[in-house]
Design a protein around this ligand. Structure first.
Ligand SMILES: [Zn+2]
Length: 431
């Protein structure tokens, strides 16, 4: 039986958790209303009294741009003197965002990461190799404090020095690996070249991998490369805290337990901001219930997921979200239905009769937009099966997307390949 870091909280009765969340939300708002910050005064100006967590929709959303616009410290809810640490993200679209933490925030940050590492299979006697980047990025220190909080022995390897890293993993007997999934795989390849892969395989049992999207296919590769470890996903974002907002447990791979006593999750329609129906895809929105230095109310993460509400066999009652299936920036609206290209890809890549090359055409030339998915057969031998493949995919796509899709099945090799960088797969036709 795996150890649960904080069973009192992680396995809490949901009714008790509702009370805890409600108390925390009410006291957060009281605290913010007392803040002298012009940002918080303006943000809460029109917000009516909130009595419990079910009132959360009365609060305004927070956009990522607000952090950029108030750079560096305009959203601080405490004096800078009361903080003990800052992190910053470079921001893919221009200006950096700076986030700050009080001592209590650092403690929550550590606890949340300790929960996630334990969920992935970590215990206090483990040697934990931490290859997340240390520095302004939240990954390195976030996982470092989490692993220490668990009581493990942390090796603060950071990024780079790959050959030295695999030697350290072998010599120190790493039991757990903390890194991005791509670096985790690179380390396995290097370990093989350096002749230490078998040594590491003897001790390594699990890893917590995050900070970039990775598929189930990648998981299989990563787990196999290290000789059958448990590779678990860990999710977070610096605006909310950093890694540790949610994490997969090794018994329930595919969905991540949210540390919802600290980070309250909602899933909304990216267009309307209204909650989606049970199990429907939408944008993850998070409210920090306990953060002191830099709380966020209903932060629009831009990440697409859905709630997974069947009980998890690990015993934790923390609500789960599915692994991310894309970003709101990629979303298409087809006849009023939100469609995510990643969902189309998931269906196409599941069918062995077609290759991994495909195109999505959104034809908006008539009033009723038409969604066309072009795929190509995986081999010449399948040409006779073209009709059947088209029909099967059409039905699978309808089931998944709940919108009519036209499927065109092309000859092998006929869909244009991208020579450079990321393939462009989505085309909108407007005239
Ligand atoms: Zn679980």
């Amino acid at each position: 039986m795996d150890s649960i870091f904080d069973a009192g909280i992680e396995c809490m009765d949901p009714d008790d958790r509702w009370k805890l969340q409600s108390e925390r939300l009410v006291s957060l708002l009281e605290r913010l209303r007392r803040s002298a910050s012009p940002y918080w005064q303006a943000k809460l100006q029109d917000v009516p009294a909130v009595h419990d967590i079910d009132d959360i929709a009365l609060l305004p959303f927070t956009a990522k741009s607000e952090l950029r616009d108030t750079y560096p410290f305009g959203m601080l809810a405490v004096p800078l003197a009361d903080t003990v640490r800052v992190h910053a993200s470079s921001g893919t679209k221009g200006k950096a965002t700076v986030v700050a933490y009080t001592a209590a925030d650092v403690e929550v940050f550590a606890e949340a990461n300790a929960r996630c590492i334990a969920g992935a299979g970590g215990v206090s006697s483990d040697v934990m190799h931490n290859a997340y980047g240390y520095g302004l990025f939240t990954g390195g220190l976030g996982l470092h404090y989490g692993a220490e909080r668990l009581g493990a022995t942390v090796v603060p390897a950071s990024g780079g020095n790959t050959s030295l890293q695999v030697r350290m993993m072998a010599d120190l007997g790493a039991n757990g690996l903390l890194s991005t999934p791509s670096f985790g795989l690179l380390l396995a390849e290097r370990a093989e070249q350096e002749g230490v892969l078998d040594d590491i395989r003897r001790t390594l049992r699990f890893g917590a991998f995050g900070a970039e999207p990775w598929s189930e296919g990648f998981r299989s590769k990563l787990e196999a490369a290290w000789g059958g470890i448990d590779a678990c996903d860990i999710y977070g974002l610096s605006e909310v805290m950093g890694p540790g907002v949610a994490g997969e447990c090794r018994q329930g791979k595919g969905a991540l337990h949210v540390c919802e006593d600290h980070f309250f999750p909602e899933i909304v329609d990216p267009q309307t901001g209204l909650p989606v129906g049970p199990g429907e895809l939408g944008e993850l929105v998070i409210t920090t219930l306990t953060k002191e230095a830099l709380p966020v109310l209903r932060f629009r993460t831009g990440d697409i997921t859905h709630f997974v509400d069947r009980p998890c066999s690990c015993g934790r009652t923390l609500r789960r979200i599915a692994r991310l299936s894309g970003r709101t920036d990629d979303m298409l609206v087809v006849r009023g239905i939100n469609v995510f290209p990643s969902e189309i890809e998931a269906v196409v890549l599941q069918d062995e009769s077609v290759s991994g090359h495909y195109r999505i055409l959104l034809d908006r030339r008539s009033t009723m937009a038409e969604l066309v998915v072009e795929v190509e057969l995986a081999g010449q031998g399948l040409v006779g099966a073209r009709q059947g493949v088209a029909e099967r995919l059409r039905r699978a796509l309808m089931d998944r997307l709940r919108v009519r899709v036209l499927v065109e099945v092309r000859d092998p090799g006929s869909i244009e390949r991208s020579e450079t960088g990321k393939a462009k797969r989505v085309f909108e036709i407007t005239a």
